[in-house]
Design a protein around this ligand. Structure first.
Ligand SMILES: *[C@@H]1O[C@H](CO)[C@@H](O)[C@H](O)[C@H]1NC(C)=O
Ligand SMILES: *[C@@H]1O[C@H](CO)[C@@H](O)[C@H](O)[C@H]1NC(C)=O
Ligand SMILES: *[C@@H]1O[C@H](CO)[C@@H](O)[C@H](O)[C@H]1NC(C)=O
Length: 490
């Protein structure tokens, strides 16, 4: 304790500052005595970490508290679904296990469901299947609803982001079909643009969960996983996205956020989305939140119609190398680091800006109305945002800070960040690039969020995540984090 404290307090010239010096010196002194008396080094190391984390947290909270959310209008597409979770063992309690397993393209009868479930259950692999028999599907839904483990959760990326924006005080319009469950879960400043769903079964995904070591007759599950069934016949998401287009005109959002596209598998929606973006006035910024697109053909489609036509992109550490290699080599990378270094992430971000943003030497094709001026990459250890300073995006430091704080809050499922349930995975500094002899930024606990400008116009900010060590929820993290950053930048 000392060098850093001096730096901060010497700059304060008022009385309170001086009082603070006195108190801090006293506390430092007590801590020193305490540290001296406790020669157990583990204890000291733990204590040091807690102290570091508190300093980092205080500095970040100060930035967050200094930036209120303005009067913003945000439209979020596309779709919502109702995830009905149930323990498979409860749902199938009175069903006798099948004598053999079998694979089907879709499910017509209870017997087929059991044969296919047994197949995936015993191999422990995730699967999602269409149930073509509506009577059967509705019977299962009713049964699941009546069981103790049956519970509905608002599913899909778009509703999660929409809710986060609304919680931050924005006016939000969600492009999705209306249904009772969705309407019940809205916040006062949230509206839904689509028409009503035609029947109650629409968009219900019945998620049958099972656990490692669970038995069903002679079948044994080798790991925890889910078997998902649904009965979406029409393509309700498409019609909701079209209706959304009409309402966008009168809502006049400052920002349109595109998410949830991976829910619309096997459908040529990319062109539809492209048309919707083109119908917007240039004053509306467009952000595309990428999700895990396992299908290479879909990713290529998106890359043709969506990514080159947005102002902002959000993604995690797995989607970043996918997009990067797709742009650079025309194919999708298969391996990606769980924990990439800051330098690697920054290099890929700069390259993506060269391909899609104003940083490129390539001239921008005439019909491209928008180019990339913002990019947010969320990783477990840190948040990175890069913006072109000539664009409308503002408050990058505050945005990256808020995103990092929300990452902790989401995973720990707590409003306040607790240092006792936090860890920091960033080293004492990071290189600006993987290329040799490019500078290094040293980590300063009192100024944990680093921002700098490159090539005159590009601002980059990096914030460390106080990684939650008491994990409560992981799904939906990326959506919350991205939304938290965006809401301060418009
Ligand atoms: C659909 O499911 C119901 C309820 O399980 C069943 O009675 C009916 O025979 C099934 N229909 C067909 C065509 O298999
Ligand atoms: C992608 O293409 C590049 C260049 O053609 C090649 O070196 C690389 O191995 C390919 N990667 C995959 C995952 O196919
Ligand atoms: C993220 O969004 C979900 C759904 O709206 C919500 O349940 C969760 O609490 C959110 N996380 C935070 C940190 O607000």
């Amino acid at each position: 304790m000392n060098k850093n404290d001096d730096k901060i307090f010497y700059t304060e010239s008022n009385m309170e500052g001086e009082k603070a010096i006195g108190i801090t010196t006293l506390i430092s002194f007590l801590i020193l005595i305490f540290a001296y008396l406790n020669s157990n080094s583990n204890f000291n190391a733990e204590n040091d970490l807690q102290k570091r984390l508190s300093q980092i947290l205080d500095a970040m909270l100060e930035i967050e508290n200094d930036h209120a959310v303005g009067k913003v209008r945000i439209a979020v597409g596309y779709g919502a679904c109702n995830d009905l979770f149930v323990k498979a063992s409860e749902l199938l309690e009175n069903e006798s296990p099948p004598s053999a397993t079998k694979h089907y393209g879709h499910i017509q009868t209870m017997e087929q469901l059991k044969e296919m479930y047994a197949l995936f259950f015993s191999s422990g692999s995730a699967a999602e299947r269409f149930v073509s028999n509506e009577t059967l599907f509705m019977e299962l839904v009713k049964r699941a609803e009546s069981l103790p483990s049956g519970r509905y959760v608002l599913g899909g990326n778009a509703p999660v982001m929409a809710k986060r924006f609304a919680m931050e005080g924005g006016s939000v319009m969600l492009g999705a079909k209306r249904n009772d469950y969705l309407l019940k879960n809205l916040l006062p400043n949230m509206a839904v643009s689509g028409g009503p769903t035609s029947g109650s079964r629409d968009d219900i995904h019945l998620i049958m969960e099972y656990y490692k070591g669970e038995k069903w007759g002679d079948y044994l599950s080798t790991r925890a996983n889910r078997f998902i069934i649904h009965n979406d016949i029409s393509n309700p998401k498409l019609s909701s996205s079209l209706e959304f287009g009409k309402e966008l005109e009168s809502f006049k959002p400052h920002l349109l956020v595109i998410g949830g596209l991976q829910m619309m598998d096997n459908y040529p929606y990319a062109e539809e989305v492209h048309r919707q973006i083109f119908a917007l006035p240039k004053s509306t910024l467009v952000h595309f939140e990428m999700a895990s697109f396992t299908d290479e053909a879909l990713l290529k489609d998106l890359n043709k119609y969506v990514t080159p036509n947005v102002d902002s992109l959000g993604m995690n550490e797995q989607e970043l190398p996918n997009l990067f290699t797709l742009l650079k080599y025309g194919n999708v990378s298969v391996v990606s680091h769980q924990n990439p270094r800051v330098a690697e992430v920054l290099d890929q971000m700069r390259e993506i800006f060269r391909f899609l943003g104003s940083k490129g030497e390539k001239s921008i094709p005439e019909h491209h109305d928008r180019i990339l001026t913002r990019m947010h990459v969320h990783t477990l250890a840190f948040q990175a945002i890069m913006v072109d300073l000539r664009s409308q995006w503002k408050n990058t430091r505050a945005a990256v800070t808020k995103a990092a704080l929300v990452a902790h809050r989401h995973v720990c499922h707590k409003k306040e960040v607790e240092v006792s349930h936090s860890n920091i995975l960033m080293d004492e500094g990071f290189s600006l690039s993987t290329h040799p002899n490019t500078g290094r930024v040293m980590f300063d606990d009192l100024k944990p969020v680093s921002c700098w400008i490159e090539d005159t116009h590009y601002q980059i900010c990096i914030a460390p995540v106080l990684v939650c060590t008491k994990v409560q929820q992981t799904a939906g993290g990326g959506d919350n984090i991205s939304a938290a950053g965006l809401v301060l930048q418009i």
